[in-house]
Ligand binder design. Structure first.
Ligand SMILES: [Zn+2]
Length: 80
């Protein structure tokens, strides 16, 4: 596995971070979730935290992270 920074670009669908590959999105998802765990460890509550927990592929063919559930997002799901 490479330890290089995750590669992303501004996607034409309007989402900020568009990952070019599914594995890049999953890697980013892992980083987000590690961050959430650290924050919870500091004594904060997880209530109300909007944390991305899913990745999906948009119509432009890029992968994005979302904190919405499947029903809200309405996009093709990518198992993270
Ligand atoms: Zn997109």
């Amino acid at each position: 596995m490479s330890s290089k920074a995750i590669d992303w670009r501004n996607c034409e669908c309007g989402q900020k971070r568009g990952f070019t590959r599914q594995d890049q999105a999953r890697k980013a998802l892992g980083q987000v979730q590690a961050k959430r765990t650290r924050r919870a460890d500091l004594g904060g509550s997880r209530r109300g935290l909007k944390i991305e927990h899913r990745a999906y592929e948009c119509e432009a063919g890029y992968f994005h992270l979302t904190s919405k559930n499947r029903k809200e997002a309405g996009n093709r799901e990518v198992t993270a």
